[in-house]
Design a protein around this ligand. Structure first.
Ligand SMILES: CC(C)(COP(=O)(O)OP(=O)(O)OC[C@H]1O[C@@H](n2cnc3c(N)ncnc32)[C@H](O)[C@@H]1OP(=O)(O)O)[C@@H](O)C(=O)NCCC(=O)NCCS
Length: 156
């Protein structure tokens, strides 16, 4: 059975393993398990028959903005709908919190566009630059694409 559920502390090592598998290929940023633990309340996990097969986080920037971060699934379940299930779960959580806009910085804009995001100029999201880009080795030659989803004012 497949579910998306809030993460707990014991999921942190599995989350870090999944994220770091892709980070080693340059597809996302590395996360240490301790780092994941500190932001565990932001995370949901995808679980297939008891095994954690994917993860994603919704990081809050304030009333009007949140970010989908650390989104990844195991290679063995790629293209099986798991990534979309995680993002839909995070978007529903954002609507529940009355957050108005959700963004991501990504190498897979086509995946996000299928979920209702639109490509936007990165400079329209200066909040991201202040939180993360200042620490990023790629800050002067960032090749990630910014995508944004405007959310409905009412709950789904
Ligand atoms: C990106 C990722 C999370 C997508 O998850 P997934 O489970 O493989 O994707 P899904 O099966 O849910 O795909 C949902 C839809 O997006 C499409 N899609 C998936 N990956 C895509 C891509 N790279 N480019 C364009 N469309 C894509 C699928 O075909 C599917 O379309 P459909 O609804 O018409 O069938 C996953 O491939 C992954 O972990 N990649 C490596 C890490 C990464 O790049 N993370 C993103 C960081 S922002």
């Amino acid at each position: 059975m497949r579910i998306v559920r809030p993460a707990s502390m014991e999921d942190a090592p599995a989350i870090a393993r999944i994220v770091n598998h892709w980070a080693a290929q340059g597809k996302m940023l590395f996360r240490r398990a301790e780092e994941v633990e500190r932001s565990i309340r932001d995370f949901v996990v995808l679980q297939d028959d008891g095994e954690v097969t994917g993860c994603g986080a919704l990081a809050l920037y304030g009333a009007d903005l949140a970010e989908v971060r650390s989104l990844a699934v195991l290679p063995s379940v790629q293209r099986g709908g798991g990534g979309a299930a995680i993002v839909r779960h995070l978007l529903a959580a954002a609507v529940e919190l009355r957050v108005q806009r959700v963004f991501a910085f990504t190498y897979v804009p086509g995946f996000f566009e299928k979920l209702g995001f639109e490509v936007v100029p990165p400079e329209t999201l200066p909040q991201k630059a202040w939180r993360d880009c200042i620490h990023c080795p790629k800050r002067t030659n960032c090749d990630e694409i910014a995508v944004l989803h405007e959310l409905p004012a009412s709950r789904p």
